[in-house]
Design a protein around this ligand. Structure first.
Ligand code: PLP
Length: 372
């Protein structure tokens, strides 16, 4: 079955015994236990599992080409559950430009728990290779990275890791499986903030880990999901199931709108640099072309201005919403450093734009008046 068809049909008949095409929302937190102590289909208590979550996990595993999936209440809950499936003392190699929330989770919480992080420039494959020690158990890839849009050669890092028996995970939140399929490039896990393009309408939080194999390590992630308790509500799972049905159509427009906006930005006299992997001059363009089938809806660009003037340009927008996060139908942007805070290494004149599904001409017109 082709990808677009899977997005619409996968999971629809899971735990749906009614003639309803769209499975109903199952808000019940508890399930009746039979007189012999048996639980119908294994449902007991909804933190452990419920029909809508199972439908979502089936859908996500199918479209990421995985064998198993665990859904969470946010992208960060998914990160924590994956990393705590390791043992305290294990080393993990992370990109030095990893999404700032993950960096704070690692440095602020998981280091105290015993995780040993090593940060390298992941887009230089050699740096990860050199950082491997006998204690390395996982390599984390984020490509394109947030917010610098650096491209990592996923296949190359996964090959290096596999030779040494090290697992790999790719944060596929930005590209989505429409544009990139990391498990087919050799990764062991894909991680998502489903808050972004999967949700697509800026109205829910969620996360997920999809595994290439339903093995003992994935069982640890499942255990962390059920006992750590960072699980999504039945309603949020139902909402995600609904919005993922249109993911390929939405991503198609995000991709083409971003191409038009990037084309406008590269020719603008007030712009110092445009970071979007679809541009031929982008450092990672050749690898991106190999491993992606679309370049996504996220663009970062640097103004030939101070941080203060960049902030002012952002606040002049009439159509584009000044907000953090990304992946919604509406265009949003922010001066990323202002959101990342003190520890941020993001250039102060960098604007991160999530190109929405409005007409591209309207988005461009708004940027034009902001840059005047
Ligand atoms: C690449 C990436 N990964 C993970 C996350 C975290 O997701 P959440 O906010 O759902 O916890 C984000 C959020 O912006 C992100 O951009």
């Amino acid at each position: 079955m082709k990808f677009e068809t899977q997005c619409i049909h996968a999971g629809l008949d899971v735990e749906n015994d009614t003639p309803a095409i769209v499975p109903p929302i199952s808000p019940s937190t508890i399930y009746e236990i039979a007189s012999d102590g048996d639980t119908d289909k294994g449902f007991l208590y909804s933190r452990l599992g419920n029909p809508n979550r199972l439908q979502l996990e089936t859908l996500l595993a199918a479209i990421e080409r995985g064998k198993a999936c665990a859904a969470f209440a946010s992208g960060l809950a998914a990160s924590a559950a994956l990393l705590q499936a390791l043992d305290p003392g294990d080393e993990v190699i992370f990109p030095d430009d990893i999404y700032s929330g993950n960096r704070n989770l690692i440095n602020g919480i998981l280091k105290r728990w015993g995780l040993r992080p090593v940060f390298v420039r992941m887009s230089e494959s050699g740096e990860a290779k050199n950082a491997i020690t006998p204690k390395t158990k996982l390599i984390w890839i984020e490509s394109p990275s947030n917010p610098m849009l650096r491209i990592t050669d996923i296949r190359s890092i996964c090959n290096i890791a596999r030779e040494k028996g090290i697992r790999t995970v790719v944060d596929n939140t930005w590209p989505t499986p429409v544009n990139q399929l990391p498990l087919e490039l050799g990764a062991d896990f894909v991680i998502h903030s489903t808050t972004k393009y999967f949700g697509g309408h800026s109205d829910l939080l969620g996360g997920a880990v999809i595994a290439a194999e339903n093995d003992a390590f994935f069982e640890r992630i499942r255990y962390n999901q059920q006992l750590g308790g960072g699980v999504p509500s039945a309603f949020d799972c139902w909402m995600l199931n609904r919005s993922i049905r249109t993911l390929p159509c939405r991503m198609g427009v995000h991709n083409t709108n971003a191409e038009k906006v990037a084309g406008f930005l590269v020719n603008h006299p007030k712009i110092e640099k445009v970071l979007w992997p679809g541009i031929e001059s982008h450092e990672g363009h050749a690898i991106a072309k190999e491993q992606m089938c679309g370049f996504g809806g996220m663009i970062s660009f640097l103004l030939k201005e101070s941080g203060e003037s960049t902030q002012k340009a952002v606040s002049r927008a009439k159509l584009i919403k000044h907000a953090t996060s990304l992946g919604g139908v509406e265009s949003t942007w922010e001066r990323r450093r202002a959101t990342e805070g003190e520890a941020s290494e993001t250039p102060e004149n960098l604007i991160r734009l999530s190109v929405g599904l409005e007409h591209a001409d309207d988005i461009i017109e708004d940027i034009e008046q902001c840059l005047r």
